[in-house]
Design a protein around this ligand. Structure first.
Ligand SMILES: [Zn+2]
Ligand SMILES: [Zn+2]
Length: 298
């Protein structure tokens, strides 16, 4: 006798034409929805997955076309998702099917991200990215860990700015080690460059060759920089952009020249990342995620 399977109570649609077999649980879903939402399933149903998985692959519960549980002829494919947790697959489907649209929260975001990343569901990834960015001010490290693991560029750039902003404190937290080695190395490199830049700008000579309007402008900017440094306000990013004019010559372009000097020395980006109305100029950029191979290929 074939082993028994359970029909998922939420996502087993009588008019569905695809069976997802997860452990001893069956989900009966719609190929059209999966093709439109997932790069993996789009490739799978358009034949790109043929070399690795046949459309009529049987699960251990028997071929749904003949099994008493799935009698009709509508089922076009059975897809086994080996090693997956049925509760987590249910959560993924509940964010996909609009009538059950489940809210993504910090409690469920990681398993949903993991599956959405593995099977290429861009709309669900974007929803997760939205949640992460909403809470970035409270949980910058938690956001960076997930954005790093699942390659979410927007959340990654913004959270790296906040982590760098408070690097000395955040990098000592035990969870910090959950970041990839690559990201930790980059954060440290950006931070070191910033600290080296501060040392460099603390020398009068670093300001000598900047084009300013008045002979006393360089000395004035140098003095102002060191005042900021000694009061600790310099270590506070975001950088304050004050274009009302240089205190010495009263010219805005002189202040711009100063900001440019700071940016070059400190390794700051020209395009800021904006988090909660603040502009951050120090962050790590993550490129768009690389398209993954099918999880079924060797
Ligand atoms: Zn099965
Ligand atoms: Zn000036």
């Amino acid at each position: 006798m074939l082993p028994k399977f359970r029909k998922n109570p939420i996502h087993h649609y009588p008019d569905g034409n695809v069976v997802l077999c997860v452990g001893h649980e069956h989900f009966r879903v719609h190929a059209s929805i999966f093709r439109a939402s997932s790069s993996f399933f789009d490739g799978f149903f358009s034949g790109n997955g043929k070399e690795t998985v046949s459309h009529s692959v049987r699960c251990e519960h028997g071929d749904p076309k003949t099994d008493t549980g799935e009698t009709d002829r509508k089922v076009i494919a059975t897809v086994q998702l080996p090693g997956k947790n049925s509760k987590e697959v249910e959560m993924l489907l509940s964010t996909l099917y609009l009538h059950t649209e489940m809210e993504i929260t910090w409690e469920n975001v990681e398993p949903i991200l993991k599956l959405a990343d593995e099977y290429g569901f861009p709309r669900i990834l974007a929803k997760c990215d939205q949640l992460l960015r909403r809470d970035i001010g409270n949980k910058p490290l938690e956001v960076l860990i997930l954005a790093d693991r699942y390659r979410l560029p927007k959340a990654f750039n913004a959270s790296s700015a906040l982590v760098l902003h408070d690097y000395a404190k955040i990098s000592r937290r035990p969870e910090y080690k959950q970041l990839s080695l690559e990201t930790r190395v980059e954060l440290q490199a950006v931070r070191l460059r910033y600290l080296d830049g501060i040392e460099e700008l603390s020398q009068q000579s670093a300001w000598a060759n900047v084009k300013f309007n008045h002979p006393s402008c360089p000395a004035n900017h140098f003095q102002h920089f060191n005042n900021q440094r000694s009061t600790g306000s310099l270590a506070t990013l975001p950088l304050k952009q004050d274009f009302t004019g240089c205190q010495c010559c009263q010219q805005p372009d002189c202040t711009k020249a100063k900001i440019k000097r700071l940016k070059v020395a400190l390794g700051m980006s020209d395009e800021p990342v904006i988090v909660e109305d603040k502009k951050y100029y120090l962050y790590i950029e993550l490129a768009e995620p690389i398209k993954k191979k099918s999880p079924f290929s060797a």
